[in-house]
Ligand binder design. Sequence first.
Ligand SMILES: [Zn+2]
Length: 461
Amino acid sequence: MASIQFLGAARTVTGSKHALFVGKKTLLVDCGLFQGRSELKELNWKPLPIRADQIDAVLLTHGHIDHIGYLPRLYKQGYRGPVYCTRATADIARLSLPDSGRLQEEYADYANRKGFSRHKPALPLYTEKEAVRACKLLEPIPYYENLALPGKCTARFLIAGHILGAAFIQLYLPDGRTILFGGDLGRYNVPILKDPDEVSYADYLLVESTYGNRSHAKDPPRERFCDEIKRVIETGGVLVVPAFAIGRTQELLYYLSQMEQEHSHEPLIPVYLDSPMSAAATRIYSRYPQLYDEETSEMLRTSGDPLSPRSLHTVTDVSQSKALNFMDGPAVILSSSGMASGGRVVHHLAHRLPDERNTVLFVGYQAEGTLGRRLVEGASEVTIMGETVPVRARIASIQSLSAHADADGILRWLRGFKKPPKRTFLVHGEPEAQEALDERIRTELGWETAIPRLGDLSDLG
Ligand SMILES: [Zn+2]
């Protein structure tokens, strides 16, 4: 007897958490934080329908906060079991969870000082210290190794593309049936990482649907990035790129290295990487060259570290970060978070948005309710940390840089299945995207699908 309960990323793109009940055991796949709209963030404060001490093991598909960021909360509720993930994901979690705790502490402090939170006093979901303690539960497992789990289940981590260390989790029930937890599905033929592994069989499948209703623009991202750099060279402005610390930043650094190689005679404009988290994530990438694709491995052999362009200045302390406010362009500032929902980039936006010489370049998905989404949708002014900021800077975005497969990419991966799963659950998407993908899967592949709601329990027999 097995059943699955959807505790997050159900008709939304954050908060990934799937509880699997097998006999008397409970496994939790992904332990993500809800992000974006305030009613979603409120969910992080609500207790889970299962008690933390009744969960027997946690498995993580990858290190993004919307897949791991609830872990310290689970720890606070008493969870002390193992947390299995790939080695690179464990490294990323040790970096990003304490960072998440620290950001929450800082944000709560700031909200209390400025008095703009609805909660009095504003509290962090967890602290940096609590996140560090939760990280002690991480148990790294190599890709493709069989992992014995409670409830006589076994699991293997397969390569998912997406970000370093990302995995599909192929989980075998005691009766031999398999459930494939797709986590976030990466793309084919993108820089740095290998393509997602082909999967040919699963009885039940959970597949993400972030871009289920979209095709990534075909415009080559490197050329678009290069064009935006040229534009600020002309205006003398600053190009602010809110970039996800893990994945997107490394892709941009890779493109910068490529540009430098190809335009080695041209003067370089300075590129400031102003995110300790992004710098540390880049160091983690450099520790796993075995996970690089052919092209990146070749670049590493022939021209040195592809993630360390010559024009790069890594900003470490806060005073250096503040000093960037007084810097004239042209220059590039890469800073996180990618949706401008926190981190140092928020301060850069507050400072650079009112000047029309500047450009803000978004390079990834902007969830509903985030500052990034408001800017991309053309807001003429925005509220940043309680202050009204006029938007005069050029707002641009490169859609083609996503770490997620688009609808065609998802379908391509699904076509690798030799036999339809008994049921395919669409998770991790906003409703319009999910419905569009659902329609394609049913009509083009003839598979049985479901779009679970938060809290839905599905019996797997
Ligand atoms: Zn992800």
